[in-house]
Design a binder for this molecule. Structure first.
Ligand code: FAD
Ligand code: A2P
Length: 300
């Protein structure tokens, strides 16, 4: 029973922007609850055939229809794949995304602006066509070791690749190998109503019990010890001694996905834990982790 990378070659750039694959919307579901901040969708795209392959942790490019303000075709936007290689229907014919609708007030006019590609995706109706490119990414992937410890840190839609990881690791229906290791998920979201995939997380937690630890940092409902917003880095600070010790084991792998802003705080928390453990140097240690393919970051 082997794992993701070595047994399967990593499929990359099977479809390029000059000849994208045309998929179709199979499902577009709002996955935040009443009272949540903003809109986030789970979108399942149907693939026309099995020519588009991908593995957990990769991303795809989506080309929005139409042209930009200069009359040129829109450029592609990247989205992390939220499903396992077999897709949510288990038939290798779908790919799923977790998309936040970008919405902000124009800095000068104050008008509400919606992001081009995220609106295209979030407004998809069943059977609408979608231009797909990729897949891309050859490092943010699960390790081959079926006994590894997987540490996942996500904010918002950064949960997407981890949804794929967790179904792959813990649910036999999605996996053609046996994962025996443990995982921890640290998840930063603004409100309880914003906990993405909450039912699935609870299901997986019940399924594997102590093998999966989940912690939430709910920024607009909880406070950190300084009385400020509870961010994921505050949660990492709470667990930093445990994490630092886990990182001494060669089969512990860290994955960070979501907002760029979380990285600094995560490093600070682990620097502190390293210092307290006989004055170890986190920056040096992290370099080695990166070199060994044990520290992966995909922030945007
Ligand atoms: P655009 O129309 O491209 O608008 C974005 C632009 O709006 C910004 O460049 C900025 O100029 C402006 N802007 C944005 N916010 C403000 C503001 N507050 N004030 C003023 N101007 C502002 N997104 C997901 O939802 N889910 C994912 O899984 C996901 N995965 C990603 C993976 C990778 C590797 C990368 C690089 C990005 C990922 N993204 C993901 C982000 C995604 O690629 C798009 O950037 C996002 O959806 C916005 O694209 P858009 O076309 O809707 O916005
Ligand atoms: P907040 O928006 O309260 O400041 P979403 O993508 O659903 O908005 O979730 C992103 C989460 O990450 C929110 O809880 C958001 O908090 C939080 N966040 C915002 N900025 C940072 C940062 N610099 N570091 C860590 N978390 C952040």
């Amino acid at each position: 029973m082997a794992q993701s990378k070595t047994t399967t070659s990593i499929p990359v750039n099977l479809y390029r922007p000059d000849q994208p694959l045309i998929g179709q919307c199979l499902m577009n579901e709002r996955i935040v609850h009443p009272g949540a901040v903003g809109d986030v969708r789970h979108i399942i795209l149907r693939l026309p055939d099995k020519s588009f392959r991908y593995i957990e942790g990769q991303s795809i490019g989506i080309i929005p229809p139409g042209t930009d303000s200069k009359g040129k075709p829109h450029k592609l936007r990247l989205y992390s794949i939220a499903s396992t290689r077999h897709g949510d229907h288990g038939d290798d014919r779908t790919v799923s995304l977790c998309v936040r609708l970008l919405e902000y007030a124009h800095p000068e006019t104050g008008e509400t602006v919606f992001g081009t590609c995220s609106s295209h995706l979030c407004n998809l109706q069943p059977d609408d066509e979608v231009q797909i490119v990729g897949p891309v990414g050859n490092s943010f992937l699960l390790p081959d070791d079926p006994n590894a410890t997987i540490i996942m840190m996500a904010t918002g839609t950064g949960i997407a690749p981890f949804r794929a990881f967790m179904w792959r690791m813990f649910d036999e229906y999605h996996a053609d190998y046996k994962f025996n290791g443990n995982a921890m998920l640290f998840f930063g979201i603004p409100t309880t109503a914003n906990i993405l995939y909450r039912n699935e997380l609870e299901y997986l937690q019940d399924l594997v019990r102590t093998r999966l630890t989940i912690g939430y940092a709910i920024s607009r409902e909880q406070k950190n010890i300084k009385g400020g917003k509870m961010y994921i880095q505050d949660l990492i600070a709470d667990y930093s001694t445990v994490l630092w010790h886990l990182l001494q084991r060669k089969n512990t792998y860290v994955y960070i996905c979501g907002l760029k802003g979380m990285e600094g705080g995560i490093n600070e928390a682990l620097s502190q834990a390293a210092l307290e453990d006989g004055g170890a140097n986190w920056a040096e240690y992290q370099k080695q982790l990166k070199k060994a393919g044990r520290w992966h970051v995909e922030t945007y």
